[in-house]
Design a protein around this ligand. Sequence first.
Ligand SMILES: [Zn+2]
Length: 281
Amino acid sequence: MSIQVNFFQGGYCTHPQAMVIRGGKWKTETFPSLFALISHPQAGAILFDTGYSQRFFPETRKFPFQLYALTTPVYLQAGESAVEQLQQHGLEPEAVQYIIISHFHADHIGGLQDFPNAKFICFQSAYQAVKSLRGIAALKAGFLAGLLPSNFEQRTIFVEQTDTISLPDEYSIFQTGFDLFADGSLIAVELPGHATGQLGLFFTDVDNQSYFLIADACWLSRAYQEFVQPHPIANLIFANSRDYVDTLHKIHQLHKSNPNLKIIPTHCRDTWMQLKKLPYS
Ligand SMILES: [Zn+2]
């Protein structure tokens, strides 16, 4: 399958390092918000998440949502949103056919409204967990309802409705895989903990390099490489801290047994520095 992938940074936020990794420094660090463009020979242009968009700023102007912007100050210059960067690469917003949503935090769904023809793919459990939340409950779940397109539900395909497959032996630490396009090219798995129904994605590109996009199952590559958990305070924002540790441990095991698999957390600066060196295809 001749799949090609390109990674982009759709803005970044700052936060103390010690929050995201136990034993880290209390110095403030930058955390990129990555998104991926996956070019599929039949399905066309597919995004995995979108990063931030300028909509984050008006959406976090009022109480209680200013607290979101205060906890993770967001930096996004003109030209850096997903829609603008893809246009610079010659891809018009109308050409994006699908957006796979890892979970519903604002740094992942910020750009959904910019792609008028895209169908959305996510776990139903993820959407169900946030869709009715407003006010403080929404803030706690990192969910800004105003970022969703008004016709979101009509445009959404829930992963639970797609075919399940038994995963190849090397990925079998995850029990169930979902074959998103019924061709074995993009396999979704559930990575619960950070958010309910968080979606991880396996695929192999045209150069036979395999990837595993893990969204926020951990923030830094060192966390899955060495199995290091975040600061206990971070548990406050997790949907389920026991699931978080279980998911992280699975990814750690997967990494140990498949060292060539490229595991991509959304917010790891080291990972982004390595991805940036890849030529744009
Ligand atoms: Zn995130």
